[in-house]
Ligand binder design. Structure first.
Ligand SMILES: [Ca+2]
Length: 146
């Protein structure tokens, strides 16, 4: 395919203003491909799923699935409720804040700590089974709470 496209381009250049039917069709195809790629990049969170660097500096991030995949939630502050899209779904996390992050089983920091407070730079591609799909709230603090 790359060969045919470049060949069509050469033909176009040689013929000047005249374009062959094949050249037009290839040009249309190239345009369609470019559009498809642009659309792919427009939905970057999906296209780049699985990359822990989707979590930007100074944020604590939760992902729906193992290996930083699926829906991602990012926050620079405590959340008394992670929201319906992430409630009881988080499986991997990354802490890029400068704070400890304590994760709780229930909303409003209730239900007990699910594990020791996560230190700055803490990261997990998959929490232990007992913690999986449990997190409902998390709190940032200067010192570990649990
Ligand atoms: Ca929960």
């Amino acid at each position: 395919m790359p060969y045919e496209l470049s060949k069509a381009r050469e033909t176009h250049e040689v013929r000047g203003t005249r374009r062959s039917g094949v050249g037009l069709r290839l040009a249309a195809l190239a345009t369609a491909l470019t559009g498809a790629l642009a659309a792919g990049f427009a939905t970057a969170p999906q296209a780049a799923a699985g990359d822990p660097n989707n979590c930007l500096p100074l944020r604590f991030c939760l992902w729906e699935h193992h290996n930083f995949d699926g829906h991602m939630l990012a926050s620079e502050q405590s959340m008394a409720y992670v929201g319906a899209a992430m409630n009881d779904k988080a499986t991997s996390y990354r802490n890029r804040t400068n704070y400890y992050v304590t994760i709780y089983r229930d909303a409003n920091y209730q239900g007990g700590c699910l594990m020791n407070s996560i230190p700055p730079s803490g990261i997990s591609a998959g929490v232990p089974t007992a913690l999986n799909d449990q997190i409902s709230s998390f709190r940032l603090s200067e010192w570990p709470i649990c």
